[in-house]
Design a binder for this molecule. Structure first.
Ligand SMILES: Nc1ncnc2c1ncn2[C@@H]1O[C@H](COP(=O)(O)OP(=O)(O)O)[C@@H](O)[C@H]1O
Ligand SMILES: [Mg+2]
Length: 226
């Protein structure tokens, strides 16, 4: 297994009010699984994905990643793990507006200390994989929403992460661009990648092999759908 969460709780404290966003999540993700997490707005989907991807830490519970406990790591250790292990795709793409598609995809490789020749090769391979080789020198404002999200996917993949996490990746896209994005995730799943997609769109969830439903910070259903 790649991720094991045991009784994970997350309580947000804002002033005097404590809000329990996750109320005891038990979850195992196996290597190569293709999973959707669905649930109403505010049910804790993003909180859960962020904890799985080391963007946030639980208030209680244990998280084992590839067999190693990661519940109590400090910020530096979490950042290192995140950069090495996780490719994140967000609803609003999160591209740097002043950088070209090429440079956006190149950034994680610069952080990882990869040399310029190898970087160039890997970036162009990834842009080709998402069908954007000919857009390498375009900035985000010269790209459509679907193209921006494909750049974001290339950036998420370029470090060869063990885990691909996407939070409402088609939420800002029209139906056609959304289905192009899902084709890319389907292809990555077929290659054996481990992918978790948060969505409230049943059409998106129909692509994945496992469906987890959460409500009020609890898993209410977890089933294999194909
Ligand atoms: N940083 C935060 N501080 C306080 N409350 C938060 C914070 N982030 C999320 N929440 C609350 O936790 C709940 C779950 O949020 P979230 O995980 O973003 O839900 P979802 O992604 O399912 O819409 C929501 O009620 C939200 O308002
Ligand atoms: Mg969310």
């Amino acid at each position: 297994m790649i991720c094991q969460l045991i009784n994970i709780k997350k309580i947000y404290s804002t002033g005097k009010v404590n809000f329990p966003a996750l109320n005891g999540i038990d979850l195992i993700i196996e290597k190569g699984e293709y999973t959707a997490i669905m649930g109403p707005s505010g049910s804790g989907k993003s909180t859960l994905l962020n904890i799985i991807g080391f963007l946030d830490t639980p208030t209680e519970g244990k998280y084992f990643y590839q067999g190693k406990e990661v519940s109590n790591l400090d910020d530096d250790e979490l950042a290192r793990l995140r950069n090495k292990e996780v490719g994140f795709v967000f609803q609003n793409f999160n591209l740097l507006p002043r950088l070209t598609a090429f440079s956006n995809v190149e950034l994680p490789l610069i952080y990882a200390g990869i040399g310029i020749k190898e970087r160039r090769k890997l970036v162009m391979e990834m842009l080709e994989k998402v069908g954007l080789k000919e857009r390498a020198n375009h900035r985000p404002n010269e790209l459509s929403g679907g193209e921006m999200q494909r750049v974001a996917i290339a950036r998420a993949l370029v470090n060869n992460p063990s885990l691909i996490l996407a939070d409402e990746p088609t939420g800002n896209l029209d139906t056609k661009s959304g289905s192009e994005i899902m084709k890319i995730f389907d292809q990555l799943a077929n290659e054996g990648r481990t992918i978790i997609i948060v969505t409230h769109d049943p059409n998106i969830a129909s692509h994945t092999k496992r469906l987890i439903r959460i409500t009020d910070g609890r898993i209410i259903e977890d089933k294999i759908v194909k």
